[in-house]
Design a protein around this ligand. Structure first.
Ligand code: ADE
Length: 224
């Protein structure tokens, strides 16, 4: 899979993809993440990429020309399955959506800023609009990082233990059960006995019950 991120603040994203699982995923050849600076595609010598909104009002709008040049260049080089615009008025990101996107080949993630992008970018180039939650961030970069992270960790081979993504919260509409590690007793606070019993089937059903209980308490909506 290849993920191209189109942004006017590339430095916000560079370090994010240079660490931990995301770094290993790229080094292992499971995914290629390429970050593009919209400013490099500006159509004037001042490298401007935004302008005042027609009709007035506060806030600048990202112009269509630099974004169109960037996306068209990418699309001339390879096939993309989706051009995703991160925006608070997009479809709410959920694990189901992430699972589906993890099966795609190549994705472009477009980050908005200021008042957003010219509507014609959305009309002409964007195939899917995604929100990571009902709050407004100062740009789409964090949202793109969240979406890319959630996708990349699902790619086969990326996690050490391939089954571990299957036991994540939300994978079966259930929250994950509690986990413990050493010491078995911290100042009298003991790890549940069953987890040290070595009885796999019993542990499995204990975990399932814990997941169910947690979900009922915290997110009953997931069980509806
Ligand atoms: N850009 C600003 N806020 C956002 C959000 N909640 N989700 C996706 N993109 C955004």
């Amino acid at each position: 899979m290849r993920i191209d991120i189109v942004t006017c603040v590339p430095s916000l994203l560079d370090s994010f993809f240079a660490h931990s699982i995301l770094k290993r995923a790229q080094q292992g050849g499971f995914v290629e993440v390429v970050i593009h600076d919209i400013r490099d595609y500006s159509v004037n010598k001042h490298r401007t990429i935004d302008d005042y909104a027609f009709g007035g009002g506060a806030g600048m709008v990202l112009q269509i020309e630099p974004i169109a040049r960037c996306i068209r260049k990418l699309q001339s080089e390879r096939q993309y399955d989706e051009v995703i615009y991160l925006t608070p008025d997009g479809e709410l990101m959920q694990q189901r959506m992430v699972n589906q996107l993890s099966l795609k080949g190549n994705l472009i993630l477009l980050c908005g800023h200021y008042k957003g992008v010219d509507q014609r970018v959305r009309d002409l180039f964007v195939t899917k609009e995604v929100s990571i939650g009902d709050y407004v961030l100062s740009g789409g970069e964090l949202a793109a990082a969240v979406l890319a992270d959630a996708i990349i960790r699902l790619l086969p081979g990326v996690l050490n233990d391939e089954t571990s993504a299957l036991t994540d919260s939300f994978q079966d509409n259930l929250l994950a059960p509690p986990v413990y590690t050493r010491p078995a007793d911290f100042e009298g606070n003991k790890v549940p006995e069953i987890l040290m019993s070595g009885h796999e089937a019993k542990i499995e059903s204990w975990r399932y019950e814990q997941s169910l209980r947690r979900t009922k308490e915290r997110r009953p909506d997931l069980l509806e």
